[in-house]
Structures are given as C-alpha cells and as structure tokens.
Design a protein. Structure first.
Length: 102
C-alpha cells in the first residue's frame, strides 16, 4: 500500500510541476516583457524625424513601457497565485466536467 501511495504522491508532484511550467501567464508575461524591452529601447533611440512622424509623441517608448508593465503584472500574478492542479478527490467529485442540469 505504501508503494502505491508513494507513486501517487510522485505523480501529484509531477502534475504540479507541469501545471506551473505550462501556465499561460508565464508565456504571456515573458513575451510581453521581452517585446516591451525591445520596443522601449526603440523608443529611447528614436530620432527627431521619427518623433515628427508621430506628432512629437514617442509612441514606441509609451507602448514599450505599457508592454513591460503588463508583462510584469502577469509574472507577479503568477508568483502570487501559482497554478495548483486539482487533486484526485476533486476530479472524482467533478465527474466528467459537464453538468446535466439545465
């Protein structure tokens, strides 16, 4: 019985690791941070001609900073509220995931 329980605990740990690894917030946050850094650098190095085209608004800088803020929001959210996979009991209680009531 202890071997079976040990296997179940090992599978639960692997499931939790997979849930954290493939959390969509990590992917979205990471991409926004990377692209935000690139666009912010483009905004910091904008020429006067580029600024004149945009009516003297450094749109790359503001967009890059916005993307950085959004990406950091997703990553902080991921850190504060990590994904937890459902337990075997929760899956058994949920049945097939659908509801016959209507």
């Amino acid at each position: 019985m202890s071997d079976h329980q040990h296997e179940v605990e090992e599978l639960e740990r692997e499931s939790a690791t997979a849930a954290r690894l493939f959390d969509v917030r990590r992917i979205i946050g990471g991409l926004f941070v990377v692209y935000g850094v690139i666009v912010t650098i483009a905004g910091l190095t904008a020429s006067d001609a580029d600024l004149r085209k945009a009516q003297d608004i450094n749109i790359n800088l503001w967009t890059g900073l916005g993307m950085l803020a959004l990406g950091l929001f997703f990553l902080i959210w991921l850190k504060l509220r990590p994904a937890v996979p459902p337990t075997a009991a929760e899956l058994a209680d949920g049945g097939g995931g659908g509801s016959a009531e209507g």
